[in-house]
Design a protein around this ligand. Structure first.
Ligand code: NI
Length: 295
């Protein structure tokens, strides 16, 4: 057999033959002969490369088996047959259904993104507190910078100091990588942690660490937004008590949105790399945002 299957297909299509006599002659080649001679399965692909097209033009004689009289005569039905119309209809239908399918996927992705944003908004929120210098400090004051936020209390015997040290180390790792993050400490023990106590406490951990406290009500509101649980335990003979509280470091982006959180099991390296990934993603999202504004 001298013809490739595509040529046989064209051969059956009389409209194609009428419209493209030049291509019909190209069909008369010895592709398959060459394939068998070469014994190379990849040869068929190479036949279509540019430097092989001369083979096609060399063989222009029409073999007897393809003479038009041997084809059964078809009824003339005009330039557009019902068959062609049907095929076109199916193609258009497939393309349109694919278009709507792709559109549906895109809409679903947007809806998911929206859901994520709503989910994000559930954790985090605003706070209105007093910093360790006695000045009012609102969550909005920290917009424009990345924030690491930890809720604890200055009398905490072990866990809080460990977490604060870890947070300070993360700040230093990021600074070495030329990334800035503002560490914050919010007291969940406002009755004991006044401005002075918090100021003493934060300077033990990092020079850039800002401590925040406030009235019982102010602290309660701040914790509510971040879903921080805290509960003061019973007082002992020295009026000392432990505050049971959520041990989580929160990451907020420069828009003040909650991005991620890190529990006790996350060490400083895990935290630092995660934060850098979030920072890179934020930067690329911002660039994308600028592009979509421009278009
Ligand atoms: Ni603690």
């Amino acid at each position: 057999m001298k013809y490739c299957s595509a040529n046989l297909l064209f051969n059956r299509n009389s409209a194609f033959r009428r419209l493209a006599p030049r291509l019909i002659t190209i069909r008369q080649t010895n592709f398959n002969d060459k394939l068998t001679k070469s014994q190379n399965p990849s040869y068929g692909i190479r036949l279509f490369s540019l430097n092989k097209w001369h083979n096609v033009d060399e063989k222009l004689e029409r073999p007897a088996g393809l003479d038009r009289p041997k084809m059964p005569e078809k009824k003339k039905v005009g330039p557009i047959s019902w068959f062609n119309l049907g095929v076109s209809g199916i193609i258009v239908g497939v393309m349109m259904s694919f278009y709507y399918y792709a559109k549906g996927l895109k809409e679903e992705a947007i809806a998911n993104e929206r859901k994520k944003t709503i989910g994000k908004a559930k954790i985090g929120g605003s706070f209105d507190l007093i910093d360790h210098n006695g000045k009012p400090a609102k969550s909005e004051d920290f917009h424009g910078q990345w924030v690491l936020l930890y809720f604890g209390f200055t009398h905490c015997p072990d866990i809080c100091p460990e977490e604060m040290e870890k947070m300070a180390e993360v700040v230093d790792i990021l600074t070495k990588s030329k990334e800035q993050v503002q560490p914050l400490f919010i007291s969940v023990d406002p009755e004991r942690d006044g401005v002075k106590e918090v100021a003493e406490y934060v300077k033990e951990f990092h020079p850039r660490l800002i401590g925040l406290t406030g009235t019982v009500e102010m602290v309660k509101d701040a914790c509510k937004g971040f879903r921080v649980y805290y509960s003061a335990g019973p007082k002992d003979d020295d009026e000392d008590y432990i505050v049971d509280h959520t041990i989580i470091v929160y990451l907020l982006n420069p828009d003040g949105e909650f991005v991620d959180y890190y529990g006790q099991t996350k060490d400083k390296d895990m935290m630092s790399s995660s934060i850098m990934i979030h920072m890179a993603k934020y930067k690329s999202d911002q660039k994308k945002g600028l592009f979509s504004l421009g278009s």
